[in-house]
Design a protein around this ligand. Sequence first.
Ligand SMILES: O=C(O)c1ccccc1NCC(=O)[C@H](O)[C@H](O)COP(=O)(O)O
Length: 208
Amino acid sequence: MTRIKICGVSTPDIVETCRDLRVDHIGFVFAAKSSRAVTPAQAAALAAQAGALSTVGLFVDPRDEEIEAALPAISVIQLHGAEAPARCAEIGARFSRPVWKAIGVGSPADLSGSGAYAQAADLVLYDAKPAPGGPQGGLGVRFDWSLLKDRPPVRDWGLAGGLTPENVGRAIAATRAPLVDISSGVEDAPGQKDKAKIAAFVDRVRRS
Ligand SMILES: O=C(O)c1ccccc1NCC(=O)[C@H](O)[C@H](O)COP(=O)(O)O
C-alpha cells in the first residue's frame, strides 16, 4: 500500500485528523521563513499528540543545533537544502534518525545525481525543483513524472510536488511511488490545512 505523508502540519486539529485517518507520517517544517514553520516547542506539543504517527522534521541546510532542538519531536530528519551525501550520512549517524533527502527534479541530470544518496539517505523524496534563492519546498508545483523512469537505485523513495486529491491516482499509476507527500494540495491558503481535502487525498491514495 502506498504510504502517505501530510506535510506542513502545524495545528493540533490537523494532527488529530491525520491520526484519525491513519496516515503514515506527518511533517513539521523548521524552515523559519515558511508559512508552515513551527518552533521546536510547538512541534514537541504536536508530537505528543501524534501518538504512534511518525513525525518528520524538515530542515534546509541545518546547523546541528537546529536539529538538536527539534529532536525530541521528530522520528525522521528530512533535508531540503544543498546537503551533500556526506552531510546526510553525518546527520543520520549523529542524531540516530533516518534521513530523507529531498531532490528537486527538473531534468534527467537531477535524477541521475540522486544516485549519489543511495547509501547516505534512507529515502529520497523526488520533489519539484525550487528556484534559486526561493522557498525550498511546499511549492505546489508538479514536475514531469515521466523523468522518474530513469530513477537510479536508492534504498526507498517518495513522490512530492504539486500532488492533489485529484491527480494523486494518476501520479501513483504513472510512477508506482511507494510514498506520496503533500502539503499545498490539502490547503485552503499557505499554511492552512483543510481537513476535507486531507480526507479526500487519503481516500484517493487508498483506492489507487
Ligand atoms: O512547506 C514549506 O514551506 C517548506 C519550506 C522549506 C522546505 C520544505 C518545505 N516543504 C516541503 C514539503 O512540505 C512538501 O511536502 C513538498 O515540498 C511538496 O509540497 P507541495 O508541492 O506543496 O505538496
